[in-house]
Ligand binder design. Sequence first.
Ligand SMILES: [Zn+2]
Length: 404
Amino acid sequence: VSRSIIRRWKRNLINAPFYKNLLLTKQPFPVITKTEFMHHFDSINTVAITKKKAFEVSLKSEVSRDFSPSINGISVGLSTGTSGNRGIFLTNQREREMWVGMVLERVIGLSLHRRKVAFFLRANNNLYESIKSKLLQFHFFDIRTSITLHFEHLVALQADILVAQPSVILELSKEYKRTHTTPRFSKIISVAEVLEEDQKIYFKNFFNCPIDQVYQCTEGFLAHTCRLGNLHFNEDFLHIEKKYLDSQKKRFHPIITDYLRYTQPVVRYELNDIIHQGAACSCGLKSTVIAKIEGRLDDVFRFTKEHKEVIIYPDFLRRAVVTAAPHAYTYRVSQVSNSLIYFYLETEDESKKQESISLVTNALTELLHDYDLTDIQVTYNHYEHITATKFKRISNDYTSKIQN
Ligand SMILES: [Zn+2]
C-alpha cells in the first residue's frame, strides 16, 4: 500500500473518536472482531451516525422495500447473518463508486467491446444497481424469484458475462440441461459463496468458459482471480495480517485494514473466514495467493466428549464426501446436535444416488471414528435450498445456533 494512500487515510481516521487518541499518542490499533466493531459502532464511524439510528433506517427500509436506505447521503447496508448477529455498514457515494469500479476493472476486465452482463443478486444490494457504463450493459435478476422463471429471459438476453453465486450457477446449469440449450458465456464470475475446486471444474466443463471468483463481503472487496486463475488478496489497498489457527501455519484468519474505507473505517478487523495460503503466483502480482477459503469458524463441527471439545474442520468433511461419492455434484453436511449429523447429496446420474448415500454414510462414520467419536449418528436427510440465501456445503447448525 502506497504511503500517500496511508497518509490520506490517517487524516480521515482522526475523525473517528475510537481511533483519535490512539493516533495522537501513536499507540497500536487493537484487533477487533465483528462483535467489537458493532459494539463501538458509534465511535468507529467518522460521520457521527449512531448504531440506533442506522438500524432504525435499515429496518424501516426492509419493511417498505426501499432498498437504498441512507442518512444524509450515507448509505446504510445491513449484512446477512442470523438476527442477533447482523452487521451494519456505512458507505458514501464515492466509496461505492470506487468499489464497483474496482470490481469491474479487476474482475470483468476492460475491453472495447460492448458487453452484456447478467447479474444474479439479492435485490436489496444497492451497491451495484447504480452501475452505469457505456461498454457494459447490466441486467439484474433477483435471486429470490425462481431461476426457472428467469431462464427464458436469460437465454434471450445472450449475455456475455454471468455473475452469480455457485448455488445459482448450478441451478442454471440444470435448466440448460433440462431445456437442451447451449450456454454461451465468455466468462462466469462466482460471487457471494465460496467456490470450491470441484465445482469450478464442473462449471468450467459445463459452460466451456473461464470461471473467475470474487471474494468480497460487506467488510470489503478482499480478493480477485488473476489472469492465471489464482485468487489474490487486494493488497494494494488492503493490509492483511494473518492469525494462524494451527501449529503447521496452514490455516489463518485474515485481519484486514482497508485503506479505502473512510466513512466507517475497517481497521485490524478479524474475519472469521478460514484461509489456506497458496504458493506465490507468476502473474506479476506480489500479493498473497489464497489456495482455498475453507469456510468460516462457525462452520467447524464441534462435539463434546468426556468434557473435552473435539473439532473437525470443514475440509476433512468435504474430502470424506468427495472421495466417497465423486459423482455428487452438490452436497451438504450439517451438524445437528452433539450426536447427529445430517447430510444431503445430489448426483448428476440419478441411478448413482443410492450407492453414493451409503458410501458417504460410511465415509463420514469412519471419519468420526478417527476422532474417537463412536456414538454419533450419520443420517441422510433431504435438504431444500432457498435460492436467496447463501448455500453452504458444510454447516454447523448446532453450536453456531447456541452461540447466537
Ligand atoms: Zn496471479
